[in-house]
Ligand binder design. Structure first.
Ligand code: GRF
Length: 187
């Protein structure tokens, strides 16, 4: 299976996924694409020998469809079987999602359905939750919704800040996402 990974920044989840796709793994990374040409994950992907592409979303202003049409070019050229959103911070239109319905995954840093959207760790702390975590789900037209492939839980510890909780969850993301992708790609 050919996997394209979409990132917006450091790409630590992309690296975890790319590093997991070796040996008898049923998938291989064929492209890392970003909405930010400065995303440091692009450099890391190139160092791993993975093809990269970047389409800056800012010139498109609010014209999501035009941005996505530009982003689709390198993605379709890579002929991916699976799309993995990994720290990708742009909302995708239903039209884009429909193209990859059933073969596009995302990782979200909360125990969905709790805390869709942003600032998930701050919200968990403010709610006084005893635990937090992350979710890998299939991407559908509804943001941070869709069938759940897997979740990982971490305790919220006394004195936690959004940053300390985020770091604890991120470590779990790097384990959960590769495990979910391997199962998903294996059929
Ligand atoms: C992190 O907040 C992570 O929880 C979420 O996206 C952000 C960046 O992840 N999935 P990455 O390091 O770019 O993979």
């Amino acid at each position: 299976k050919r996997v394209a990974i979409l990132i917006s920044g450091g790409g630590s989840n992309m690296l975890a996924l790319a590093r997991s796709m070796t040996g008898d793994h049923p998938a291989r990374p064929v492209l890392v694409a970003s909405n930010d040409p400065q995303a440091s994950g692009l450099e890391k992907a190139a160092e791993m020998g993975i093809a990269t592409a970047a389409v800056d979303h800012r010139p498109f202003r609010g014209d999501r469809a035009a941005f996505e049409a530009a982003l689709l070019e390198p993605i379709l050229r890579a002929e991916p079987d699976i799309l993995c959103l990994a720290g990708f911070m742009r909302v995708l239109t239903p039209a884009f999602v429909q193209r990859f319905e059933g073969r596009m995954l995302n990782i979200h840093p909360s125990l969905l359905p709790k805390y869709p959207g942003l600032h998930t760790h701050q919200r968990a702390l403010e709610a006084g939750d005893a635990e937090a975590g992350c979710t890998v789900h299939e991407v559908t037209a509804v943001l941070d919704d869709g069938p759940i492939l897997g979740q990982a839980r971490v305790p919220v510890l006394p004195g936690d800040t959004a940053d300390t909780l985020a770091a604890r969850v991120l470590a779990e993301e790097h384990r959960l996402y590769p495990a979910c992708l391997r199962r998903f790609a294996g059929g």
